[in-house]
Design a protein around this ligand. Structure first.
Ligand code: SAH
Ligand code: SF4
Length: 350
C-alpha cells in the first residue's frame, strides 16, 4: 500500500498517522519483513498486524546471470504462473526492468510476451515484490532506476501500477526520484491523460511505426488509438509534467519499418516536438517471423532522424544469452486459464 492508504488503514484501527511512516521505514529502509521485529509497535498492534496483514514477497525460483552482467529472476506465483524481472547494470546506474502483468493482451506480433497470451494483472504488492527481491539480492545502492518494460502493458493495469509508482517514489518507500522511474506503454490514450495528473514519471512510448496502416499491424492497440491521438496525449503529458522529452521506442524490423522513407515519416511526426527516439535492435525468439535490421541500416535510419534535429540513440542489447533482452521475456503464462475474462478484456482494449 502507498502511504496514503496505510494512513487510512491505521486510522481505521484508531492508530495515529505516523504509524504508516514507521511501517514503511521498517519495510523499505530496514528491510524487516516481520511484524514481531517492529519494536516501536506495541504488542497489541503487532498482534493485530499479524492477524490481518501479510508482509512477504515471492522469491526467485531461478536466477540467471548473463555474460554482460545482466541478471534475470524467474519468480514463481502461487497460481503456477512465472514472471520475469531483469537487472541491467551500467557504469553509472543500475536499472531494474519490472513486469506489471502475467502475459500481455496487446498482442504485438514481434514480442515474446505478446505471443504467450495473457493471464492476469499483478497486484501492487507483486510489482513492489520484484523490487524488494532485487534489493535483497544486489549490493546496496546498485539499483538506481526502474523501468516498467518487463512483461505486460503497465497502463492496462493502471490502479495497481499507480500504487506501485507511489511506493517507489515515496521518500519513506523506495525513495527513487520520479524521473528515474519510467513507464513504457504501447499507447493507452485515456490512461496516459490520467497519468499526466500523477507523480510525473518519465514516459516511453512504443511507436514502432510512423503510419497508422503499419502500426495497426505492429501495435494492434493503434486500431483503437491511432498515432495522431497518441501523440497529442504525449505532448500533453510532457507539457503537464514539465518533461523535457518523451522517449519513442522503435524496434527495427528488417524490411518492415526500417526504410529511409519510414525514417523521414517518423522525423516529420516528431520534428520540433519534445521527443527523442530510442531505436531498439529486434531480439528474435523461437517461432517469430521477423528479422533484425542490419547495424548499417540502423545507423542510416538514425542519421536521418539526427539530421532533422531529433535526439536519437540505439539501445544496446543486453542479456540476450539468457533471453532477458527486450521482448524476450515470456515466463510461464497459462493463457487459457481465464479465457472468458481474456476475451472480455480484449474487447475493451481493441
Ligand atoms: N508493454 C510495454 C512495455 C514492455 S516492452 C510496451 O510495449 O511499451 C519494452 C519495449 O521492448 C517496447 O518498446 C516493446 O515494443 C519492445 N519489444 C518487444 N518485443 C521486442 C523484441 N522482440 N525485440 C526488441 N524490442 C521488443
Ligand atoms: Fe505487450 Fe509491450 Fe509486448 Fe506489446 S510489446 S505485447 S504491449 S509487452
Amino acid at each position: 500500500m502507498p502511504l496514503e492508504d496505510l494512513v487510512t488503514f491505521f486510522n481505521e484501527i484508531k492508530e495515529k498517522d505516523y504509524r504508516a511512516k514507521q511501517l514503511m521505514q521498517w519495510i523499505y529502509s530496514k528491510h524487516i519483513y516481520d511484524f514481531d521485529l517492529m519494536t516501536n509497535f506495541n504488542l497489541e498492534l503487532r498482534s493485530h498486524l499479524n492477524q490481518n496483514c501479510s508482509l512477504d514477497f515471492d522469491n526467485a525460483i531461478r536466477n540467471e546471470i548473463s555474460e554482460d552482467g545482466t541478471q534475470k529472476w524467474l519468480i514463481g506465483k502461487k497460481d503456477n504462473q512465472i514472471i520475469e524481472t531483469v537487472f541491467i547494470p551500467e557504469e553509472k546506474r543500475g536499472t531494474l526492468c519490472i513486469s506489471s502483468q502475467v502475459g500481455c493482451l496487446i498482442d504485438c506480433p514481434f514480442c515474446a510476451t505478446g505471443h504467450q497470451g495473457f493471464n492476469r494483472n499483478l497486484s501492487s504488492s507483486e510489482i513492489i515484490g520484484q523490487v524488494l527481491l532485487a534489493r535483497k539480492e544486489l549490493d546496496e545502492g546498485r539499483l538506481t532506476n526502474i523501468v516498467f518494460m518487463g512483461m505486460g502493458e503497465p497502463l492496462a493495469n493502471y490502479p495497481e501500477v499507480i500504487k506501485a509508482i507511489k511506493i517507489l517514489n515515496d521518500p519513506h518507500g523506495c525513495n527513487i526520484s520520479r524521473r528515474r522511474i519510467t513507464v513504457s506503454t504501447s499507447g493507452l490514450v485515456p490512461q496516459l491523460y490520467k497519468l499526466s495528473e500523477e507523480v510525473g514519471v518519465s514516459l516511453a512510448v512504443s511507436l514502432h511505426a510512423a503510419n497508422d496502416e503499419l502500426r495497426d499491424e505492429l501495435v494492434p492497440i493503434n486500431r483503437k488509438h491511432p498515432i495522431g491521438e497518441l501523440l497529442d496525449a504525449c505532448w500533453h503529458y510532457a507539457d503537464r509534467q514539465n518533461l523535457r522529452s518523451v522517449t519513442f521506442e522503435y524496434t527495427m524490423l528488417k524490411d518492415v519499418n526500417d526504410s529511409a522513407k519510414d525514417a523521414k515519416q517518423l522525423s516529420k511526426l516528431l520534428k520540433n516536438k519534445p521527443a527523442k527516439v530510442n531505436l531498439i535492435p529486434f531480439n528474435p525468439f523461437p517461432g517469430v517471423k521477423f528479422k533484425p535490421t542490419d547495424q548499417n541500416k540502423i545507423n542510416d535510419f538514425r542519421n536521418i532522424l539526427l539530421e532533422s534535429g531529433i535526439m536519437t540513440t540505439t539501445r544496446k542489447t543486453r542479456g540476450d544469452d539468457i533471453q532477458a533482452a527486450c521482448g524476450q521475456l515470456s515466463g510461464q503464462v497459462m493463457n487459457l486459464a481465464k479465457k472468458t475474462l481474456r476475451q472480455k478484456l480484449k474487447k475493451t482494449l481493441h
